[in-house]
Design a protein around this ligand. Structure first.
Ligand code: MG
Length: 259
């Protein structure tokens, strides 16, 4: 059962989404060679709490369909470097010039969730890395554009997949986008590739987190012994972009943005 949100509820989610977007903008402004992931996470948590919100990820219990960890996630952001795809734990590791740093943020306001992610390039990266990042963002936008009433879930998946296939990138298949609302992860699951099923029909009021993860390799991943960090098995670079959106009669609306 996929919940449909009222206009008022979508506006509530917009409040959470704005805080998430502000955190990503803050991290972008602070991201430079020499800064630690833990420092960025502290800035994020402070901004979330000062905005009257709660970090969704801190204390998130893994082991379900989406979490990978054996215990509560210890931080307010996931920060993943280079071959790390998602769910990296921000620690004392230092950011270096040329790295890809993927930051995933979730916030809750009055019970409503926002969830978004971006891969940042620290300084200048090799052209292949930059192109991967650009294509992953483009795929997210293509998926969002497909999220209109009357379309099917597979239209989102296919739009994302097409961008990866055209460029020869690997698609991470073990992790998927998701419905979102009063919980961070709701139905439906949104694969970043065609499954052979057309999936449910999209209807106005559905709120979705669309989040492609592409790699320079074949897309196979595994979880590190920390129980959380997902890495490419071939060690290739990866990128991850995510927005929370609402399907509306006026077209898809991105909620994780600063108006
Ligand atoms: Mg998500």
């Amino acid at each position: 059962m996929i919940s449909r949100k009222s206009r008022r509820e979508i506006d509530q989610m917009r409040r959470a989404g704005r805080i998430v977007a502000e955190v990503l903008a803050l991290i972008e402004s602070e991201l430079r060679s020499g800064v630690t992931a833990a420092h960025l996470d502290q800035l994020a948590e402070r901004h979330i709490r000062e905005s009257g919100a709660t970090p969704s990820f801190k204390g998130y219990l893994g082991g379900g369909r989406y979490g990978t960890g054996p215990a509560a996630f210890p931080a307010s952001t996931c920060i993943s470097f280079d071959a790390e795809v998602v769910h990296g734990i921000p620690d004392g590791r230092v950011v270096h010039e040329g790295q890809l740093v993927s930051v995933d943020v979730g916030a809750i306001v009055d019970g409503w969730h926002g969830d978004a992610a971006r891969t940042f390039i620290v300084g200048k990266a090799a052209p292949a890395a930059r192109e991967l990042v650009e294509a992953t963002q483009m795929a997210m936008m293509a998926g969002i554009a497909a999220a209109v009433p009357g379309a099917r879930l597979a239209d989102i998946s296919g739009a994302v997949e097409d961008v990866a296939v055209a460029r020869g990138y690997g698609i991470v298949r073990q992790f998927v986008g998701h419905g979102i609302g009063t919980e961070m992860h709701q139905d439906p699951q949104i694969p970043n590739y065609r499954t052979g099923s057309r999936g449910v029909e999209l209807q106005s009021g559905m709120c979705l987190a669309i989040e492609p993860m592409f790699t320079l390799g074949d897309g196979d991943v595994h979880v590190l012994p920390d129980g959380w960090t997902v890495v490419t098995s071939d060690g290739s670079l990866s990128a991850h972009f995510e927005h929370t959106i609402a399907v509306t009669d006026d077209g898809p609306q991105i909620l994780t943005t600063i108006p």
